[in-house]
Design a protein around this ligand. Sequence first.
Ligand code: NAG
Ligand code: NAG
Ligand code: NAG
Ligand code: NAG
Ligand code: NAG
Ligand code: NAG
Ligand code: CA
Length: 396
Amino acid sequence: MRCLLLFLVYVKVASCIEYEVHKYDGTCKMDEVVLDSKSFEISSRLQDYDITLDLIAKMFGTGFGSPQTGDILKQISRLKNETAEVKKLFNELTDEMNKITSDNMKLEEQLSVINATIKDQLVDPCLAEPCYNDGICLRNKDNSFTCICKNGWTGKTCDTELLDCLTEPCLLGSCEARFGVHQCVCNSPLITGKLCDKAPKRDCSDLYTLWNYTMDQTYTVTEPDGSLTLARCDMTTDGGGWTVFQRRVDNSTSFNRNWDEYRKGFGDMNKNFWWGLDHLRNFTKDRKDIILRIDMQDWEGNKAFAEYNNFSIGDITDFYSLHVGGYRGNAGDAFNFEWENFAHNGMRFSTPDMDNDKSLTNCAELYKSAFWFNNCFSADPNGLYYNNKQYSDNTF
Ligand SMILES: *[C@@H]1O[C@H](CO)[C@@H](O)[C@H](O)[C@H]1NC(C)=O
Ligand SMILES: *[C@@H]1O[C@H](CO)[C@@H](O)[C@H](O)[C@H]1NC(C)=O
Ligand SMILES: *[C@@H]1O[C@H](CO)[C@@H](O)[C@H](O)[C@H]1NC(C)=O
Ligand SMILES: *[C@@H]1O[C@H](CO)[C@@H](O)[C@H](O)[C@H]1NC(C)=O
Ligand SMILES: *[C@@H]1O[C@H](CO)[C@@H](O)[C@H](O)[C@H]1NC(C)=O
Ligand SMILES: *[C@@H]1O[C@H](CO)[C@@H](O)[C@H](O)[C@H]1NC(C)=O
Ligand SMILES: [Ca+2]
């Protein structure tokens, strides 16, 4: 009987522990309540048993002097001893069980902390509705997501439209099969749009390198404020992509003009013209690494050029002052001329009606010209145009 009782209790506790660790649920708590009432029952039965034994012993010890009395009393004593042993073991087991119960409670606490952490990590990624264009979101085991796209769409989030390269060719890119579908791969990161049909047209360099325009002519370009304007492009000289801001091929256009005309520009872009200081300012503003190039040709057909990197001009409050960096060329470095009074770098722009030069005189008026005059110049490309076989004083 002892073995049976103890065995029963022990198995229950053990199975509860296992249950708790592997797949804890409310059932185990119920069992503990059952166990508590069972152990109370067992204690009181043992108690009854003990009292009964005492009564029997009293009966034998007082009344009947049978010859077996001594044996029976011995047996009763042994039974009492065993009952006491069972009680002792039972108490030990009860202690053990209490310890296990408190361990279980600790485990439960840890489990709820782990539960909370896991819950945090496992927010369903599909709740954010990551699939566009009616794509269906599937949650993966590793808590990532996969979009099943509707016909005509592709990409991780179904945001890329499938292309038919024959009917929808890519404008500034090539149609390539990627991940089994056709997509336009643009020629430059500056080019955007599904069909690579959007690209900036800030100047002739954009037109040349992004749009593949190769003719020397005027094109429409975009000012920084978004307005459209015409620019003359030289797509052949030294690699092409040059925006021309001054051009003189004959003397049919006078360059002896006032401040407003030099600001706004004048002339005919297919012949002689000055683009305008406002254009030039907008074009060089916020841009790095703009190269200024000056090409010249004398009456014998000898050509010369000068190039400066980091070209920019100031705004109107600074009278469009000239800034150039390093020189390269075969025409001589007029802008950083060795004779300081003649150098142009850092000078403000002057016209006959707007004397910003460093001379006591008015250089622009004196030479019927306009430029970033000092006192006065080493180059004067807007000066009087001399006809065949005559030379100007310009020293490029
Ligand atoms: C029961 O008997 C054993 C040996 O006969 C003895 O060692 C033990 O102390 C006894 N226990 C009690 C509670 O009397
Ligand atoms: C832990 O999470 C499971 C499943 O969500 C739940 O059944 C159990 O009751 C939770 N346990 C605790 C201690 O919060
Ligand atoms: C640019 O145009 C030329 C002539 O049309 C063509 O041969 C060349 O492939 C084009 N280059 C690019 C990059 O589109
Ligand atoms: C230059 O930019 C300013 C401001 O963005 C604009 O108002 C102006 O029209 C531009 N100049 C020219 C000549 O387009
Ligand atoms: C062009 O040159 C001719 C001949 O020297 C001269 O008569 C004429 O005034 C010049 N025209 C201009 C616009 O400078
Ligand atoms: C000046 O030009 C050089 C060479 O073109 C370039 O490396 C440098 O970054 C430019 N400096 C600035 C301030 O734009
Ligand atoms: Ca002056």
